[in-house]
Ligand binder design. Structure first.
Ligand code: COI
Length: 333
């Protein structure tokens, strides 16, 4: 098989090289570029393209050209598939596969880390120490313990389930909402409706896939319903939260903190370096001033296990499809 892998990074390349060593019959060529209308021509002559990017692929020319080159599969190396324009993927008969099982645990553990950071007020503690050389154990730094918390999970798929299991193991009460309920999860999570999760959670964590109907799922109304001691964690997709409403909710003390691995407009900052705060988009600047807000650069997934599996699982499905077998992870939309 001949695959062009876009968005390559050195740590993924290690597993690409391992794959070609184990499968010398395969040609895997890599580029650091995003797949878009300016780079799609590099795909001519390949059987399949593979991508791992946060920028949407929404130019029809990309899909049209892939099909013209005889390519009929886009192998995503991500869990999320919202970067695909499904109208065009269907129109040009492109099969899309993803890697939903590369490591639910990676994101779940990052969620735990975020929750503990917010709960134990480390943002304020670090600010006091590093900016103000203030090592006083102020009363406002007193925190609560995890087994007294209700953790609310919106989206109980692979990642939501792994997250629920971790918090349950620590003694927290875990409640969750999903359109599909899995009875096996009731061992560690109580299913309830969306509004109850919003109202009862001390730690609210989002783990849903994203489609445009879910834009602003958490907006002013939800922030008003949340406890004012609650924190929100988003390691799913930025547009699930209305950023202006989040800023207002934090400024008005309607909620107590936020951990954002993703945010609307993140394409402008993730994987980039800046020299001044003023270079960042305005909403990032607002949030960056708040010690009860923490950003991570879309790195919740970023573990060795995940990186290895995203190459192996995506290439396995490419091979299966080219051999006439069903892919393990087709995305059906
Ligand atoms: C995903 O796998 O869906 C992620 O969010 C990772 C990202 C680098 C695309």
């Amino acid at each position: 098989m001949k695959v062009l892998l876009y968005n390559m990074t050195p740590e993924q390349q290690v597993y690409v090289d391992k794959w070609t060593k184990a499968h010398p019959e395969d040609t895997l060529v890599t580029t650091t570029a995003d797949l878009d209308a300016t780079t799609v021509e590099q795909a001519a002559g390949y059987d399949v393209v593979s991508v791992l990017q946060v920028a949407d692929i929404d130019d029809e020319a990309v899909y049209q050209k892939l099909t013209a080159y005889g390519i009929n599969q886009i192998a995503l190396r991500s869990v999320g598939y919202n970067i695909i324009n499904w109208e065009f993927a269907h129109k040009y008969n492109l099969l899309v596969t993803n890697t939903p099982a590369y490591s639910p645990r990676a994101v779940a553990e990052n969620t735990l880390t975020s929750a503990m950071y917010l709960l134990r007020k480390w943002g304020q503690i670090f600010k006091n120490e590093k900016e103000d050389l203030n090592f006083v154990r102020e009363e406002s730094l007193m925190s609560d313990e995890i087994y007294h918390q209700t953790v609310g999970i919106i989206g109980v798929g692979r990642i939501g389930t792994a997250t629920a299991e971790i918090f349950h193991a620590l003694g927290a009460r875990v409640i969750g909402y999903d359109v599909v309920e899995n009875p096996a999860n009731e061992a560690f999570l109580e299913y309830t409706d969306f509004e109850t999760v919003i109202k009862e959670a001390d730690i609210l964590s989002l783990h849903t896939p994203f489609d445009p109907s879910m834009q602003d799922m958490i907006a002013a109304e939800q922030f008003k319903q949340m406890k004012n001691t609650a924190v929100i964690i988003n390691a799913a997709r930025g547009p699930l939260i209305n950023t202006s409403a989040l800023i207002e909710a934090l400024q008005n003390h309607e909620i107590a903190g936020a951990a954002l691995d993703v945010m609307t407009g993140e394409e402008a900052i993730v994987m980039k370096k800046f020299s001044r705060l003023s270079e960042l988009p305005q909403d990032y600047q607002e949030l960056a001033k708040m010690p009860n807000v923490v950003f991570t650069p879309h790195s919740a997934y970023y573990t060795k296990t995940a990186v290895k599996n995203m190459i192996e699982q995506s290439m396995t499905d490419v091979k299966r499809v080219l051999n006439g077998q069903k892919p393990i992870y087709p995305v059906e939309q």
